[in-house]
Design a binder for this molecule. Structure first.
Ligand code: 13P
Length: 251
């Protein structure tokens, strides 16, 4: 399975800086056997697309989407609007949205389905909090989040979902989840997917996210069952992110 690294800029970089980041990143030497995407704020997608020109790397991702095609939903962005800008993926259910904007599993499921129908790959983010882990509930929480998100989702077709296991306590904390602990959670996720999709589940990618950087990225990508990474802070500098991509899968 081809691995993928997705940069998540979060709420950084308006159109001007986004364009500059893409132009700088395009000068980086990148491993061929790695998919690379960058999740950009809505307002910067057009500028990122323009700076990409005809280049296809990195792929463009949104950070969120709304589930309806159009209508009276002030402030929201539909999957087809994202498609017009050449957006190939979109995050859904990032823990920061669950925390600050009250996103529920049900909303995440509707968003993922709307993306898939529009041919955009949903990147479904899941993860337990520190308290949930301490109480021994991590696996239970993850199972519930996944089951809700994939209720109506297909595993095949042109936009098979990607999953990102991002323990909330590891995000932006400099305290990553060990590859061994991540592996265990990825196995839990894979088991839920296999129950629903059978053999098709084998082709679905499950990424790790949370304090991934240039030094530890290779430990994750060489761990069985971890199919890539979702990177926040360490992706803000385009040269640093280029280095991270090269470190992920050294030639
Ligand atoms: P950090 O890499 O900054 O911990 O962020 C992870 C994340 O939330 C990516 O979506």
């Amino acid at each position: 399975m081809k691995k993928i690294i997705i940069a998540n800029w979060k709420m950084y970089y308006g159109p001007i800086k986004a364009g500059a980041w893409i132009r700088a990143f395009r000068r980086e030497r990148l491993p061929k056997d790695l998919d690379i995407a960058v999740a950009v704020p809505f307002v910067s997608l057009a500028a990122a697309r323009a700076s990409l020109g005809r280049a296809s790397i990195p792929m463009l991702s949104a950070q969120d989407v709304f589930w309806a095609e159009e209508g009276a939903f002030t402030g929201e962005i539909s999957p087809s609007m994202l498609s017009e800008l050449g957006t190939q993926l979109s995050l859904v259910g990032h823990s920061e949205r669950r925390q600050y904007l009250g996103e529920t599993d049900e909303m995440v499921a509707k968003k993922a389905l709307a993306l898939q129908k529009a041919g955009i790959v949903p990147v479904i983010c899941i993860g337990e909090t520190a308290i949930q882990r301490k109480r021994g509930e991590a696996a239970k929480v993850i199972r519930a989040q996944i089951q809700a998100a994939i209720a109506d989702l297909k595993a095949d077709g042109k936009a098979p979902p990607i999953f990102a296991y991002e323990p909330v306590w590891a995000i932006g904390s400099g305290k990553p989840c060990s590859p061994q602990d991540a592996k265990e959670m990825h196995e839990t996720i894979r088991a839920v997917l296999t129950k629903k999709y059978g053999k098709d589940a084998e082709r679905l990618r499950i990424l790790y996210g949370g304090s991934v950087d240039q030094r530890n990225v290779n430990d994750y990508l060489t761990t069985t069952g971890i199919d890539g990474a979702l990177v926040g802070g360490a992706a803000l500098d385009p040269r640093g992110f280029g280095l991270l991509c090269r470190a992920a899968l050294p030639a």
